[in-house]
Design a protein around this ligand. Structure first.
Ligand SMILES: *[C@@H]1O[C@H](CO)[C@@H](O)[C@H](O)[C@H]1NC(C)=O
Ligand SMILES: *[C@@H]1O[C@H](CO)[C@@H](O)[C@H](O)[C@H]1NC(C)=O
Ligand SMILES: *[C@@H]1O[C@H](CO)[C@@H](O)[C@H](O)[C@H]1NC(C)=O
Ligand SMILES: *[C@@H]1O[C@H](CO)[C@@H](O)[C@H](O)[C@H]1NC(C)=O
Length: 443
């Protein structure tokens, strides 16, 4: 029965593509359906089915018409996503749709993700960029133990990200503390790190007496109006979000498969030894145990909680990357792995590669920003400079982390180091010998 219908259906699909006017389609489909009726008798073999099925087997003109309307709509959705798959069909006379990309920069803390996020934040003309919106979600979902329920958090992260990519802030709002009033909040985490949230369109009048902790730096704005932010978002061509909170890439699969989105995942990784060294400085209180071990040149035991945490972090980063590198169908063309060390050494080249991957032109102002931020140390620098020569930063950890700690990291994060091409050091001398690079070049 299906096969019998498929020929006329294919014919109609072609018609649907050629004829955009609904009234023409129903007129033509009405004529054809009438002609066809005598050729499609009820098949006795199918009569085992319920009477309702038999009704379906002799569809009325009206039913056919509505079926074709539905198919036409489906087809529109389908061709939006995969224009190439309709090559065989005649070109559809529809206006060219702007390609809208949804970039998700996935990282962990101290991997240079704020810097890499700027590559997209600086593309002010056509990019709506959000910096760590999931901070609010994590904070709300943090349990008394200090951690989160990974399953519940993963689902909340995914749902919030999906809405934000569609410029809908409502779910995120429910996680902001205190709750926004009339969609206005003075508490959005790091608002100032997102130029989209400090732009003209989103910068409301300054309100005296309202304290905004993360206030815009470039101008004085009132508290953030999320309705205005949403409107600004809808006007931008592309959207980018940076997050250090998603633990498993796999949990974001529904985003990759959502027909409303065209998601590009960029996973940023860094040598776990360097990450640990950096966290011991940045999050000194949390890393007190590590600092003690480093100071005393002790080696913590394998089942110490801190060591287990490190191992679990390394494993989740590696597992995500393994999923991406395996290139399953749902991720094809949607995953890029980037090492911090490569970004630090070749920032412009890597930024250009990222833009090529996303299919968005690499704007000159982004390139100019990168050059300014990576090169300025000597000229404008001194100790007051916030701009670092990022090449120099890459190897600094080798003089900060004692060999004992390095050995522990290599032991628990071994497979992660191997996967990303970070060489093991086998002696104290090798650790501090700068003529030996620890970064393999197979990328
Ligand atoms: C097409 O996509 C829109 C959202 O983009 C959705 O609302 C609509 O139901 C879809 N149509 C069909 C027939 O799947
Ligand atoms: C975590 O959350 C999920 C879903 O919300 C729930 O089914 C599960 O029991 C929770 N697990 C723990 C350990 O609380
Ligand atoms: C927020 O912005 C929207 C749209 O720009 C506007 O209609 C609304 O009045 C603003 N809300 C407040 C409380 O200012
Ligand atoms: C950064 O410093 C290194 C070592 O001092 C130097 O070789 C490199 O050229 C500098 N990079 C830039 C972009 O200036």
């Amino acid at each position: 029965m299906r096969i019998k219908y498929s020929l006329p259906i294919v014919f109609f699909v072609a018609l649907v593509i050629i004829e955009k006017e609904n009234n023409i389609i129903s007129r033509v489909s009405g004529k054809l359906a009438l002609k066809q009726t005598p050729q499609t008798p009820v098949q006795p073999s199918r009569s085992a089915g319920a009477p309702a099925e038999r009704d379906v087997s002799v569809p009325s003109v009206g039913k056919l018409s509505s079926a074709f309307t539905l198919m036409k709509r489906r087809l529109e959705n389908y061709s939006d996503d995969q224009p190439a798959s309709l090559e065989a069909a005649p070109p559809a006379p529809r206006p060219p749709q702007p390609i809208r990309r949804h970039i998700l920069l996935l990282a962990t803390t101290r991997t240079g993700s704020s810097f890499v996020g700027e590559f997209f934040n600086q593309q002010v003309d056509n990019m709506f960029y959000l910096y760590e919106p999931l901070w609010h979600v994590e904070k709300t979902l943090t349990l008394e133990t200090g951690g989160t329920n990974a399953t519940a958090a993963a689902k909340a992260y995914r749902d919030v990200l999906r809405q934000l990519f569609l410029c809908d802030f409502s779910l995120l709002e429910s996680f902001i503390d205190p709750l926004p009033v009339d969609h206005v909040t003075a508490s959005l985490f790091r608002r100032e790190s997102s130029s989209s949230l400090c732009g003209e369109a989103v910068c409301g009048p300054f309100v005296k007496g309202v304290f905004e902790r993360y206030h815009c730096r470039n101008r004085r704005c009132g508290p953030l109006n999320l309705t205005a932010a949403s409107e600004a978002c809808l006007r931008k061509e592309h959207r980018a979000i940076k997050s250090v909170r998603v633990r498993q890439l796999e949990t974001l699969r529904p985003l990759a498969e959502d027909p409303r989105l065209d998601v590009k995942f960029i996973q940023l990784v860094r040598d776990p030894r360097a990450v640990l060294a950096s966290r011991m400085v940045a999050f000194a209180a949390k890393y007190n145990n590590w600092k003690q071990w480093a100071k005393n040149r002790d080696m913590p035991i394998d089942d110490d909680d801190e060591v287990k945490k490190l191992k679990s972090n390394c494993n989740s980063i590696r597992t995500s990357a393994e999923v991406g590198l395996r290139r399953p169908a749902w991720l094809r063309g949607r995953y890029m792995l980037v090492r911090y060390e490569d970004v630090a050494r070749f920032p412009v080249r890597k930024a250009a590669e990222m833009y090529r991957f996303t299919g968005i032109p690499f704007a000159p102002q982004v390139k100019a920003w990168i050059l300014k931020s990576t090169r300025a140390s000597e000229e404008t620098g001194g100790i007051y400079s916030t701009q670092k020569n990022s090449s120099q930063q890459v190897e600094k950890w080798r003089f900060r982390l004692p060999f004992e700690i390095v050995q522990v990291v290599q032991k628990v994060c071994g497979p992660t180091l191997k996967l990303f091409g970070y060489k093991f050091v086998t002696s104290e001398e090798m650790l501090t010998d700068k003529s030996i690079s620890l970064i393999e070049d197979f990328w």
